[in-house]
Design a protein around this ligand. Sequence first.
Ligand code: ADP
Length: 615
Amino acid sequence: MSSKPTIVPRPPTLDECHSGIPDNLLSPALQVKARLAGNQDLTPHERKELPVVPLGHTREEFMRAVSELAHILGQQNIEINDKPLDDGWYIEHPNTHDAFNLLDPEDTVSSAAVYPGSVEEVQAVVRWANKFRIPIFPISIGRNLGYGGAAPRVRGSVIVDLGRRMNRVLDIDPDNCTCLVEPGVTFYALYEAIQKRGFKHLWIDVPDLGGGSVIGNTLDRGVGYTPYGDHYAMHSGMEVVLPQGQLVRTGMGALPNNNTWQTFPYGFGPYYDGIFTQSNFGIVTKMGMTLMPNPGGHESFMYTFEKEEDLPEIVEIIRPLRIGNILENVAQLKHVIQEVAALGKPRSAWVRPGESLKDSIKRVAKELPCGDCTWVYYGTCYGPPELRNARLKLIHEAFTKISGARKIDHRGLPPDHYFWSRDRICSGVPDIQELNWLNWVPNGAHVFFSPICPIRGEDATRLLAIAKKWHEAHNLDCFPAFCVGLREMHLIINVVYNRGCKESRHSAYRCMRGMIQEAAGYGYGEYRTHLLFQDQVSRTYSWNDCALMGLHNTVKDCLDPNGILAPGRQGIWPSSYRDNGWELTCDDTEVDGEENRLSEGDAVARTRKTVDVKL
Ligand code: ADP
């Protein structure tokens, strides 16, 4: 692989494509793209016998069904997935498979993508799927990287790519600070729309990267980093196409001529919005989101802590500050390895022959603004200076109780330091720099391990020990970050692997299985997980003889009797698939065995299921 700068074609901008990059991020995006391309040696995967069709259909039947849909949507709005699978990169990502495949890209591959242009067309697609019993999988943008990307769980599903033709910002209300969007509106696009309309007093809340959609991220219960970071909590109102084609609006949206759909989320009667998140119960075609009024200023800050053993004390200090809202946004405590990875160079650029990773990181960190430390805290205070300064003082007093804690003077940090990327994100300005750590290994890919635990020192220590154990067992570097919400903490670990190397992919897969299972034994459950682990994680939520899954199954069977909508997503299977060998659970990996061997045959057999299923 070349270490020389690579010349790459420029990615599309927002003006050219709904999922493009805003003009002002074009230059950093090109740098990120070039760096990734220089650290990659994969070519598109060649394939045979295409398209892959859903189980229970012949290729001829499938193509006949597709031509019927082409009559409704127009031939140009259907694309058969019969080309080599190209992983692309973040901005030019595929809607055919998981670009960060952990097994084989052919395992969770689609048969086709369709591009509805209206709610009526989404309804038509759903009715078509029911008529032919063809599984469909909705995506908004399909950039859910680390959680499965655009891939469907059932091989040969038809991707309903909502973003391409349904990407309007339908409303921005500058007085009530709300908006109403369609599925294809990315955080980049919403930010630009607000700037274009001159609403400088409105902030949006963005995740680490701004290329995902507001709807897709909220439905997967993603988070951002301003005080409005809990996206689901901040949304108001949905419009949903149900699996048999009925159209509903939730909350005040059910009242004709209402004027409060985006300001009062509950409406009257049972409140359904939650069942359309992390589920396969409906396709969301519109959603309202509240926007944060510009608080009158902000100041980001960075503290470092010397020792790994400082972790419990830091966490104990964070808890009352966070619950008391002195720390106003999701508090982020990252391991120093991420300071090094954020520089965008591969591991091999830092680790000298014969030197341990720990020693290399120590040596490199000494030369960085963070200095020789183990933990780095990034936070932001909001409001006019007098409000911010009062909080900053309390935070400083609390953090510096820890011996060796140091506040880094951000005024001296170079403009390309990661601090400034955090500063932008924590003030609602979308960015792209976060991708830099993907270069840690060649053909960099990642999968997230994201368990929830109490904001308590002993839990943080235990979870970290579990993660480190499984990373060491599989020869993977561990990138922990604790993200502290109001009364809980997510440990987010990017398991970074080389997707061009089967052994590396399998290590990541086995490491994930092991961490999920062991963490669950201590009562730590994932808040979100990659498609391939959703069966396993859903089974860890097993209280009272899996009563919760029983309820999911009841709802699924009622709303989607033909089982066409995203079968298997979130571990929820329609009755025609359920307990019929589709579930990918922990028994495809000997997690406790000495060898920790992945029985690939088993995993592949399930994703490519060949037994007869009555659909
Ligand atoms: P993003 O827009 O952030 O890239 P994705 O489009 O990858 O997000 O979607 C994330 C997850 O949410 C996927 O599993 C997808 O099936 C689901 N999803 C996305 N958009 C919708 C939608 N409009 N209706 C129902 N489910 C959706």
